[in-house]
Design a protein around this ligand. Structure first.
Ligand SMILES: O=C(O)CCC(=O)C(=O)O
Ligand SMILES: [Fe+2]
Length: 353
C-alpha cells in the first residue's frame, strides 16, 4: 500500500499503536479539594492525601487531579491563544522558530528516539530569561541565556502563556511538598533546587494524521525533569505504560483536570522508590488535539543524586550524581535533529555492581 506519511514519521512495527484501546480505568484520580478548603489544616485530611499521592507515584508514576485550584480561566485563555497561533500559516510560525542557538519557540520537526513526531510545538520558559550550560562538556563553565520568542499574533499570547505558567507553578510547588512528605522527608526538602529553575511549558498541537497506525504524536519516552503537570483537551491520545504488565493504557480526558507524572529526577532522588514511567501520544485521522505540559525542572547547576536520608542501612545509592543542566542541554540538542545514537538517559548513571 502506498504510504501517505513521510517515512521519517514511521515507527518500527513493535512501537506502533494498537488498533484496540485499553482505557486506563486504573490511573488514580485524586481530589485536591482539601488543599484549597478550610479543612486544609486538618492533619488527617493532609495525611490521607499524602498517602494517596505516595501510592499513585509508586504504583503508576502517573495520576489525575481535580479541584486543583488553578483558575479555569487561565487554562481557557492559553488554549485559545494556542489554537490561534497554530492556525497561522507556517511561514508566520517560523518567524519564532527554534534553531540551533535558541531552543525556545516554534518547532515542527522534533524527533523522539530518532523517529519524527506527528506534532508541532511552541516552547517557553517560566523564568525570563533562563540559563543552561553552553555545552555538554563536563568542565565547561559557560552559560547560555534562553530568551522566549513571542509571536506578534495572537497579541495576548505572551500574557496568556505567562499567567498560565505562574498559576501552574503554585500547584507544582504543592506537589513537590506532598511528594516530599510521602517519602517521609520534610515538605521543603526539594524547594531550594528550583531557585533559578529551568522549567518550561510546551504548547502541543497534534494535527489529524492520515495513517495514525504508523506514526505517533510523541514516541515512547520518559520525562527527564522532576515533575510534569499536563493539561489535555477532550480528544484523548496519551498512553501510559502500565507498571504491572507493560500494557499501553489510554488516559481518559476529564474536564478541568491535570495529569501529573513523576519525571526522571524524582526517580533518582527517591532512589527508585518512585519511577518515571514511559508514555506516548497516539494520533487519529479525524481530530486535531491540543495539550500543554508544564515541565517542572530545577536550576541547571543542580547535581542530581539519591537523597541520603532515604538510604536505609544496607541500601546504597542506585545512581551516580549527574548535573541537570548538562543532561538537559544534551536532550535539547539531540531532539533538534535525528542522531545516530540514543540520547542521554538516567540509566546511563545507574550504579552497576
Ligand atoms: O500530549 C500529551 O498528552 C503528552 C505529551 C508528552 O508526553 C510530552 O510532551 O512530553
Ligand atoms: Fe512526556
Amino acid at each position: 500500500m502506498a504510504c501517505m506519511v513521510d517515512s521519517a514519521f514511521i515507527q518500527a512495527s513493535e512501537h506502533r499503536p494498537k488498533v484496540s484501546i485499553l482505557e486506563a480505568g486504573g490511573i488514580p484520580l485524586i481530589d485536591l479539594s482539601t488543599l484549597n478548603s478550610s479543612n486544609s489544616n486538618s492533619p488527617e485530611a493532609l495525611s490521607g492525601l499524602v498517602a494517596e499521592i505516595g501510592a499513585a507515584c509508586k504504583d503508576w508514576g502517573f495520576f489525575q487531579v481535580i479541584n486543583h485550584g488553578v483558575p479555569l480561566q487561565l487554562q481557557e485563555r492559553i488554549e485559545s491563544a494556542a489554537r490561534k497561533f497554530f492556525a497561522l500559516p507556517l511561514e508566520e510560525k517560523r518567524k519564532v522558530r527554534r534553531d540551533e542557538e535558541n531552543p525556545l519557540g516554534y518547532y515542527d520537526t522534533e524527533h523522539t528516539k530518532n523517529v519524527r513526531d506527528w506534532k508541532e510545538v511552541f516552547d517557553f520558559t517560566l523564568e525570563e530569561p533562563a540559563f543552561i550550560p553552553a555545552s555538554q562538556e563536563p568542565h565547561s563553565q559557560e552559560f547560555q541565556t534562553l530568551n522566549n520568542q513571542w509571536p506578534h499574533y495572537p497579541p495576548e499570547m505572551r500574557e496568556a502563556c505567562m499567567e498560565y505558567a505562574r498559576g501552574v507553578e503554585k500547584l507544582a510547588y504543592k506537589f513537590l511538598e506532598l511528594i516530599s512528605l510521602s517519602l517521609n522527608l520534610p515538605p521543603g526538602r526539594f524547594k531550594g533546587f528550583f531557585k533559578d529553575q529551568t522549567t518550561f511549558i510546551r504548547l502541543n498541537h497534534y494535527p489529524p494524521c492520515p495513517e495514525p497506525q504508523l506514526a505517533l504524536g510523541v514516541g515512547r519516552h520518559k520525562d527527564g525533569g522532576a515533575l510534569t503537570i499536563l493539561a489535555q483537551d477532550d480528544v484523548g491520545g496519551l498512553e501510559v505504560k502500565r507498571k504491572t504488565d507493560g500494557e499501553w493504557v489510554r488516559v481518559k480526558p476529564i474536564p478541568n483536570s491535570y495529569i501529573i507524572n513523576v519525571g526522571d529526577i524524582i526517580q533518582v532522588w527517591s532512589n527508585d522508590k518512585y519511577e518515571s514511567v514511559e508514555h506516548r501520544v497516539v494520533v487519529n485521522s479525524q481530530k486535531e488535539r491540543f495539550s500543554i505540559p508544564f515541565f517542572f525542572n530545577p536550576a541547571h547547576s543542580v547535581m542530581v543524586k539519591p537523597m541520603e536520608e532515604l538510604l536505609e542501612e544496607n541500601d546504597t545509592p542506585k545512581y551516580e550524581e549527574y548535573n541537570w543542566g548538562r543532561f538537559f542541554k544534551s536532550r535539547k540538542d539531540s531532539n533538534f535533529k535525528k542522531q545516530a545514537v540514543e540520547n542521554v538517559q538516567i540509566y546511563h548513571f545507574r550504579v552497576t555492581k
